[in-house]
Design a protein around this ligand. Structure first.
Ligand code: TRP
Length: 339
C-alpha cells in the first residue's frame, strides 16, 4: 500500500442548508481524493460559524448539521479515513479565536473581500454582527487547532485562508515558531455559477441544484437555466459564452468532444435549448442519483451519524487540548498545572 502523507487536511461546511453542485465541484470531490492521500483528515461541521449570521435561527443550524454530514458521507467521505467533528463541541477553538483576535486589526477584517461580499449579499451594512465580521479569525483557529496545513476550499475562501496565514506569521513572529503555513487546495472548478447566470450558486440564493434534488427538481431547474436570450428559435445562431447550460456542460460532461460539437452547432444555429438541456439533465442525474441513493440510505440510521460525530469530536478534542497547552505556554498564560 502507498504510504500516506503526514500533512493534516481540514475542511468544513456551515450547516445552513443542504449542499449543492457548487460544493461538490468546489471542494467535496477534492476532499474525497485527499482522504486517500493523507493520513490525517478532518471534516468539521462549522455550526459556530453558521450562527454568526443565524443567531436567531438555532433550529436551522441544528437540523442542517445532520444534513451536511449526510451530504459529505454520500459523496464518499469515509469516517474511517476522515475524522468528523462539530465545531461548537471543541471549546479550545473558541479560546484560540480570542487569542488570535489580538493579532488582527478591525481595518484588516473589514477589507477581507469574502466578508465584504457576504456582508453586501446579506445587507448588513454597519449593523454586521461582530461575530460575523471576525469569522475569518475563528476559521484560522478551526484550521490551526489541529495543526492543519492543507485546506481544500472553493475560490471564495481564498481571502479567508490568506488572512489565516497572516495570523500564522504574526503569531510565530511574536511567540516563536508554532504554526505552519496553510496551503489552500483549489478544485478544477472552484466557482460554480447559479442557474440564473447572475451569481455564484448559493445556499441562500435559491439558484443551486442540490445533491439531494430529485430528478423532477433537477429537470425543473435545468429547464429554468439562463441561456442566450437572443436564441429564440432553434435555427437562430446562439451564444455559448455566459450560457449557463454550456457552463455546466463544460464542468460536468466528461465527453469534451461531444461538448465542443454541441457548441459549434449551437453557435451556427440548428440546436434548440431544450435539446441541450435534456442532455444536461441526463448528465446531472447520472452524477446525483447515486449520491441521492446513498444519502437516503444513510438518513435511515441517524444513530450511526451521531456516533461517528461523537467519536470524531472526542478525538479532535484531545488534539485541541494538546495544542492549547502549547499555545498557553507560548503566550505565558500557563499559570497552573492543566485543570
Ligand atoms: N467558511 C466555510 C464555508 O463557508 C466553512 C468553514 C469553516 C471552513 N471553517 C472552515 C472551511 C475551515 C475550511 C476550513 O463553507
Amino acid at each position: 500500500m502507498k504510504k500516506l502523507k503526514e500533512d493534516v487536511v481540514l475542511t468544513g461546511d456551515r450547516p445552513t442548508g443542504k449542499l449543492h453542485l457548487g460544493h461538490f465541484v468546489g471542494s467535496m470531490q477534492n476532499r474525497v481524493k485527499l482522504q486517500n492521500e493523507y493520513a490525517h483528515c478532518f471534516y468539521m461541521v462549522a455550526d459556530i460559524q453558521a450562527l454568526t449570521d443565524n443567531a436567531e435561527n438555532p433550529s436551522k443550524v441544528r437540523e442542517n448539521a445532520f444534513e451536511v454530514v449526510l451530504d459529505n458521507l454520500a459523496v464518499g467521505l469515509s469516517p474511517k479515513k476522515t475524522t468528523f467533528f462539530i465545531q461548537s463541541q471543541i471549546p479550545e477553538i473558541a479560546e484560540l479565536t480570542v487569542l488570535f483576535l489580538n493579532l488582527v486589526t478591525l481595518a484588516r477584517l473589514r477589507r477581507n473581500p469574502t466578508v465584504k461580499d457576504e456582508m453586501k449579499q446579506k445587507g448588513f451594512g454597519e449593523n454586521v454582527p461582530a461575530g460575523f465580521l471576525i469569522y475569518p479569525v475563528s476559521q484560522a483557529a478551526d484550521i490551526l487547532f489541529c495543526d492543519s496545513n492543507i485546506v481544500p476550499v472553493g475560490e471564495d475562501q481564498l481571502p479567508v485562508i490568506e488572512q489565516a496565514n497572516e495570523i500564522v506569521t504574526k503569531f510565530n513572529s511574536i511567540y516563536g515558531e508554532t504554526f505552519r503555513k496553510i496551503q489552500p487546495i483549489l478544485s478544477r472548478a472552484p466557482r460554480l455559477i447559479g442557474i440564473d447566470g447572475n451569481n455564484k450558486a448559493g445556499k441562500s440564493l435559491g439558484n443551486a441544484i442540490y445533491l439531494s434534488d430529485s430528478l423532477k427538481e433537477i429537470k425543473k431547474k435545468v429547464m429554468m437555466m439562463y441561456t442566450d436570450p437572443n436564441h429564440i428559435r432553434a435555427n437562430n445562431p446562439g451564444k455559448v459564452e455566459g450560457n449557463v447550460v454550456f457552463t455546466y456542460l463544460d464542468i460536468f460532461d466528461l465527453n469534451k468532444i461531444e461538448v465542443e460539437k454541441l457548441k459549434a452547432q449551437y453557435r451556427l444555429g440548428g440546436l434548440g435549448d431544450v435539446e441541450v438541456k435534456k442532455l444536461l439533465i441526463d448528465i446531472l442525474e447520472n452524477i446525483i442519483a447515486p449520491i441521492r441513493g446513498r444519502r437516503e440510505e444513510l438518513a435511515k440510521n441517524p444513530k450511526f451519524i451521531e456516533n461517528l460525530l461523537q467519536e470524531g469530536t472526542e478525538k479532535a478534542r484531545a488534539i485541541a487540548k494538546t495544542t492549547m497547552k502549547k499555545v498557553r505556554e507560548k503566550i505565558k498564560i500557563d499559570y497552573f498545572k492543566p485543570i
